[in-house]
Design a protein around this ligand. Sequence first.
Ligand code: GSH
Length: 341
Amino acid sequence: MGAGEDGNAGYGQKRFRRSKSHFADRITADGRDGWPVEAGRYRLVVSRACPWASRALVSRRLLGLEEALPLAVADPIQDDRSWRFTLDPDGRDPVLGIRYLSEAYDRRESDYPGGVSVPAIVDVPSGKLVTNDYQRITLDFATEWTALHREGAPDLYPRALREEIDKVMAEVYEDVNNGVYRAGFAADQEEYDAACAGVFWRLDLLATRLARQRYLVGDTITEADIRLFTTLVRFDAVYHGHFKCNRWKLAENEVLWAYLRDLYQTPGFGDTVDFDHIKRHYYQVHTGINPTGIVPIGPDLSGWSAPHHREELGGRPFGDGTPPGPVPAAEAVPAHHRPSC
Ligand SMILES: N[C@@H](CCC(=O)N[C@@H](CS)C(=O)NCC(=O)O)C(=O)O
């Protein structure tokens, strides 16, 4: 089920390794890879369960790219052909007309041997996959798709702060974003101990940093916050139990819990999150570490809208810009998949 680096590649290996995105063409303003930025030409394929895809969901909302780059949401449960569009009528994506994301991969490259991963951007006219390079996709949203940004869109990757943003993101990736996966798919005690220690060591450092400042870099929301958010928002629901990162829960860490609630309550963050998809995907797909596929009842999802008081630290969430408008009706996450607060 769901072969690939996220699903099964870690099992039985000495060390969990994340395989590189294979399709790294870029969609740019000048179209140098043959894929120019163009409203309505591409389709963003995600799973709301996936932290890497969720970066793209948040960034797309903050920048107001919903109309320019329409969305396909895959079923959180992959089958042996991977991501599928079983949430759509007749099990087909209504625009691409395909049942499996792998069909877009096949159109791009026949006999591609790697995993079929999200996020993915597909060229609608040709039905071909353009990119599954999740590290690049959101940076390009911020810097290449500018002509299609909404009015008041924030600068998520400000030039003057890029060096620091890149440094923070690299540390967060190694110890937190990917660290939880290394802990979860560890093949032995030693590997688990090292990964888990790294997760909590880095979270402690981040909490110290965030006790003094509202956001990770500068005084506005940047790409670095998006990347930390998508892991933190899953922490208590899946990483604490399923991946055994259980030294403490996020909700027990005053600073990180307040930081997470602050972002969650910011338009464009919490409104992309689907806890039902997250929990069912992790607990039901990773049968190597949860053979029964039982999805636990917790955690208690109350309290996400409680006051966080982070505004007392200052900060200007959108800089000189403004918050995004409401979620397009067709993209709203069902109320029963979200905290009742
Ligand atoms: N494949 C990307 C990361 C994205 C990723 O791992 N996505 C997961 C979902 S959270 C996925 O689609 N896994 C299925 C697979 O790779 O076969 C990479 O280059 O590391």
